[in-house]
Write a protein that binds this ligand. Sequence first.
Ligand code: SF4
Length: 495
Amino acid sequence: MRIEWGKAHLHFRVRLINPTFERSTVASKRQNPKTIQNFHCKASSFESKKMSHSSATGRRKCRQKKEEEEEEPLGGGGDMEDLFSEKETQNIRMSLLDWYDENQRDLPWRKTRSSETEKETRAYEVWVSEIMLQQTRVQTVMEYYKRWMHKWPTIYDLTQASLEEVNEMWAGLGYYRRARFLLEMVVAEKEGFPNKASSLMKVKGIGEYTAGAIASIAFNEAVPVVDGNVIRVLARLKAISANPKDRLTVKNFWKLAAQLVDPSRPGDFNQSLMELGATLCSVTKPSCSSCPISSQCRAYSLFQENRTLPVTEYPTKVVKSKPRLDFCCVCVLEILRHENNQSGGRFVLIKRPEEGLLAGLWEFPSVILDKEASLAARRKAINLYLKEAFHLEPKETCTIVSRKELGEFVHVFTHIRRKIYVELLVVQLTEGGTIDLFKDEGKDTLTWKCVDNDVLSSMGLTSAVRKVYSMVEAHKQDLSVLSNRTTISRKRRIT
Ligand code: SF4
């Protein structure tokens, strides 16, 4: 097999031992020291419209439910405050909706759509925006969202997209599995958008929160949503000091949210609760004096009685488990087309496995190490990898034109803190190397391609890969400045 440099990029499959690995982590839990009152259950379901606070049946179910919950070996969830009274519920609904009508931020995914066909479009818009909002801040999402909607304005346009295109559009948002799920759902749901929270939750990648958001905002179903902002507002409203990460506590937050959701305007109500958490009821600097529901807020009232107990004490801060530390040597492999190549060669990119961290995304050849290693050890690991993957061996199949350490940086994933060492290896293939490079031997299959500078610059790459590539570009820039200076001084010497 021969390399055809004239093509934009080449795809080949070779066999290789996958050099990366992942470990699962267990989040540590902390018992909350500030127990206030026991949680008194008054409802048996998350669905507020089905609640019957007064009936004997409801109370019986409730007692039974509470007993079931108390049997759960979770700890920390038992100090939830009781539900809201009917009067509190009405006041909160009315105040929040009035405030939201006046103060909601103008966001591109907030559009009113009422006809049945428009509802599906709305569901699509909410779905894309919610999945994106789970990744990053509103400000960043706005740009991504506009670009996404420009390319795929409807769910039917998205059905035409390839996973590659979706990944590229998603590049930089992180948690790439979510982008894949978006596409998988479009392909799976040929019937159109599910319009109930219960059916939405059957779709891969849609959890209780996203299902609640889509069903309430797009289809007007009176179901709650609970995200970090909602938990903060509810924890402060009821001065709940239970560990907000405990499963039982989270369940109880869902009950409170379900009780509050306004049956006539569920979508707006849910958005108002999230909006309050994202704006006035912020993590560190809540603006209680401007808050529309301050008169119902127990944390605020406790603060007024005792100034040493700020509202920011709620919800309880949970100590995050330390991310695992690992080390990664990245080798940017540039293959020159011919001797003294000035315009640059092609870069080798490898597709990650379809499961696990950054599934299906492109990256430079790399090896994960479980401990810090010297330069010599890192090079040894990379050499072995390149030999196994591409039969790339100096003097045998290639000539090393240059090899340069470009530096290191730390990249943080949700559960991994990865120190990344970057080197640029420029090679020229020898006669035999051209053929041997694509020998199909090894253990696992690996997909890879060679791309030139222009293709690489326009590809949607993960932020870590993009950072590696900018180090390469900066290095090449330095080399070119240096070479220009040398040429000028040579000319001066001649004249
Ligand atoms: S009064 Fe303050 S703490 Fe309470 S909900 Fe409003 S902003 Fe949050």
